[in-house]
Design a protein around this ligand. Structure first.
Ligand code: FAD
Ligand code: SF4
Length: 332
């Protein structure tokens, strides 16, 4: 039996102080990921700091120099966020990404911050009897010679080949969201695209956050974005499955010319993958399904596949074509 202390602070600064000052402390939100890991022995903190009662549970409309936006509290439930009328009208990709994840019960318990910071679903990471550099640095990577279906094809390293599991994160990367973080030295803002990291030789670090930094909110601005966005997830069964690949897309056309486009991929890398090369290849050119496929080829030139992951290249290319042509059809 391991001892586990539990704290439920009244304010965010006390929560930060309690975790930042103790390397063996962890924040807990809905607990749907962390508590599983406690039970499996993947993690063994000495102190859980419960942040669910902190006043970070509202979706607030904001007005920015770039137009209307939303501030989403870190504790907003996935189900509430997916159903929010402003999320559905301004950022449909966010709503669709959330609804494609987990089950209704889990979405009702899971929080915005917890979803972004959930850890990989790599089967070896969750099986403490196997070597895993992410769980136990320096022990090796069982996935290199193991079950490949959920492995990365972009940005992986010899140390870790897993993929990032959050659907919400992929949509937020495409939509240039900002994450608001409170640390011992005050508040800072992190671009969503800079929140998660590639594994390199430190796969145990999922994000660029320091220990003890609390996510307090996520901010989205509609004005800078194409008006239409959506999310598509390819998976082994219709629900309750993580992405083989997923695509968040947003598109703006002037006649048939692409004036703006956003494309982010899930299931292909250790972090949500913003397909900037593909975006650059599409911007300013006439839109067509073939043009999307060709643009994706440019992004995928850097892909490294094995027989078990090669299917992801055509899958993410086709899914990207599907997402962007769907947006064009909706616009007409
Ligand atoms: C069966 C099953 C299927 C699932 N399918 C999907 C899926 O298809 N797609 C998908 O995206 N997700 C899926 N999930 C994952 C689920 O969405 C996550 O478990 C959930 O979003 C995590 O949120 P939480 O609030 O419960 O996080 P917690 O478990 O409480 O925490 C997760 C991590 O975030 C940290 N954390 C929590 N809050 C904060 C904060 N405010 N600041 C800093 N750190 C914080 C914790 O320390 C922990 O490391 C699935 C989960 C299950 C169990
Ligand atoms: S892919 Fe990463 S998470 Fe999976 S076993 Fe290898 S090191 Fe661990």
């Amino acid at each position: 039996m391991r001892e586990l202390a539990y704290l439920r602070p009244d304010d965010a600064a006390s929560a930060v102080e309690a975790v930042a000052g103790n390397p063996a402390a962890r924040f807990v939100g809905g607990g749907t990921n962390l508590v599983d890991h406690l039970k499996l022995g993947v993690t063994a903190p000495e102190l859980l700091v419960d942040v669910r009662r902190l006043p970070m549970d509202a979706v607030t409309e904001t007005e920015t120099p770039d137009g209307p936006g939303l501030r989403i509290g870190a504790n907003v439930r996935n189900s509430d966020l997916a159903a929010h009328p402003l999320v559905r009208s301004l950022f449909p990709a966010v709503s669709r990404a959330l609804l494609s994840g987990a089950s209704a019960q889990i979405r009702h318990q899971a929080t915005t911050a917890g979803n972004l910071l959930q850890r990989t679903r790599c089967v070896y990471f969750q099986d403490v009897t196997t070597p895993c550099n992410k769980r136990e640095p320096g022990t090796g990577c069982s996935a290199l010679e193991g079950y490949p279906r959920y492995n990365a094809i972009l940005g992986a390293s010899e140390a870790c080949v897993t993929t990032h599991p959050s659907d919400l994160a992929v949509a937020l990367v495409a939509l240039d969201a900002t994450v608001v973080v409170l640390g011992p030295d005050g508040e800072r803002r992190v671009a969503m695209g800079d929140l998660h990291r590639l594994p390199g030789d430190r796969p145990e670090q999922d994000t660029t956050l320091a220990h003890g930094e609390l996510v307090t909110a996520v901010e989205l601005t509609a004005g800078r974005l194409p008006r239409r966005s959506t999310y598509y997830k390819a998976r082994d069964r219709a629900s309750y499955a993580f992405a083989l690949v997923s695509v968040a897309g947003a598109l703006q056309l002037d006649d048939d010319t692409v004036t703006d486009v956003r494309l982010a991929w899930g299931g292909v890398a250790h972090r949500p993958w913003r397909a900037t090369r593909a975006e650059d290849a599409l911007r300013g050119r006439p839109f067509s399904e073939d043009a999307v496929r060709a643009a994706c080829e440019e992004e995928l030139a850097a892909a490294s596949t094995s027989p078990g992951t090669a299917f992801k290249v055509p899958m993410v290319r086709n899914a990207s074509a599907l997402v962007l042509t769907r947006l064009v059809r909706e616009a007409r």
